[in-house]
Design a protein around this ligand. Structure first.
Ligand SMILES: [Zn+2]
Length: 351
């Protein structure tokens, strides 16, 4: 349609959902700044080329899809909490994580790159953004997994794609390979580098579960133009977890060091959840490494319950009930921890 009318519709939509309660002020602030920039563009429309307005409309529309998902009541708060904790160590500037709930199930997990502020600065140089320029992280997940944290483990992989772009990690790794002609890796497609890094990133936080989730979702996927085969991806994650030397890991670690970024290393602790979960009680998470590890422990518990049932169930539960119990306990365990952290970090005036 006409970009100026589309932009007005987007602003109306963002203003409406921003009126619903949500406790992540950064998402609301981002949304508010975006609306101000669009309103500025519409006010100066006569001096703007139509192509510029269309470009703005396209990028704002993409951002809008994810912002709406994150400022409505449906955001997967618990997973966003986990992802923010993972991101803390890697972000070079202010970042805003947004999630979009997809009606698709297969292929719904994805990361998308869109930087409205870069375009706003280009086409609206007279707009005063007051130094507001955070990175927008756009992540999608299936709507039916919104309250199913262990089924959202692939989001760590998607966050890995953002971290890769944020630092230019696999881009540098490929340059280093070309310069040194090392390891026979020079022919590997860029997409494969990106997937391998995202896998390793996920493995740093959720360990073995990143392998099991991939084997469950894509057991026999062959190599494609964009993705390595599942068996190659699993082999690399396994090598990382076992500490087995691998040239791809070595190149990526060297690229991280050269960039001054954190290096790949396990950042999780695996809590023993069976005594709590066996009694249908939540697990009391003690630390950030444990909140990541909880997802891995819960995935292992889920697979164990599918194979052996629950100790308290007189009759075998069907798999739908098993996933519901494990996901509910995990979601509540993360939520309890996040609330405790908010309470501990609250200043007296905020209370
Ligand atoms: Zn990927």
């Amino acid at each position: 349609m006409r970009p100026n009318i589309d932009l007005r519709l987007i602003v109306d939509s963002l203003r409406k959902v921003a009126a619903t309660p949500y406790f992540d002020a950064r998402v609301l602030t981002y949304s508010d700044h975006l609306c101000r920039a669009v309103e500025f563009a519409l006010a100066h429309k006569p001096s703007l080329p139509d192509a510029a307005l269309r470009q703005l409309s396209e990028v704002v529309w993409i951002a809008h899809q994810y912002l709406v998902g994150s400022i409505s009541r449906e955001a997967p708060y618990e997973m966003e909490f986990c992802l923010k904790k993972a991101l803390d160590e890697w972000k070079k500037k202010e970042c805003v994580i947004t999630t979009s709930l997809s009606l698709d199930l297969y292929g719904a997990f994805h990361f998308r790159q869109a930087d409205p502020w870069e375009i706003i600065q280009n086409i609206l140089p007279s707009f005063d953004g007051k130094g507001f320029n955070p990175a927008l992280i756009l992540i999608s997940l299936p709507r039916v997994y919104r309250s199913k944290p262990i089924f959202c483990i692939p989001l760590y992989h998607e966050l890995g794609h953002f971290v890769d772009r944020h630092w230019g990690i696999t881009t540098l790794a490929q340059v280093m390979i070309r310069q040194a002609s090392l390891f026979g890796l020079s022919g590997m497609p860029p997409g494969h580098w990106a997937e391998f890094f995202a896998d390793l990133f996920a493995t740093c936080y959720v360990g073995e579960s990143s392998i099991r989730v991939l084997q469950t979702a894509a057991p026999n996927n062959p190599t494609s133009a964009t993705h390595p085969s599942t068996s190659d991806r699993v082999a690399l994650m396994r090598a990382f977890l076992d500490g087995t030397p691998d040239p791809k890991i070595k190149v990526i670690q060297n690229a991280l060091i050269r960039l001054g970024a954190p290096v790949l290393a396990p950042r999780y602790l695996l809590p023993t959840i069976s005594s709590a979960y066996d009694d249908l009680r939540t697990y009391v998470v003690q630390s950030v490494p444990e909140v990541h590890g909880l997802l891995a422990s819960a995935w292992a518990y889920f697979e164990g319950a599918l194979a052996n049932g629950f100790p308290w169930a007189r009759t075998p539960l069907h798999e739908g009930n098993i996933e519901k119990v494990v996901n509910d306990l995990t979601e509540k365990s993360i939520r309890n921890y996040s609330i405790r952290m908010m309470w501990q970090n609250a200043t007296p005036s905020a209370i």
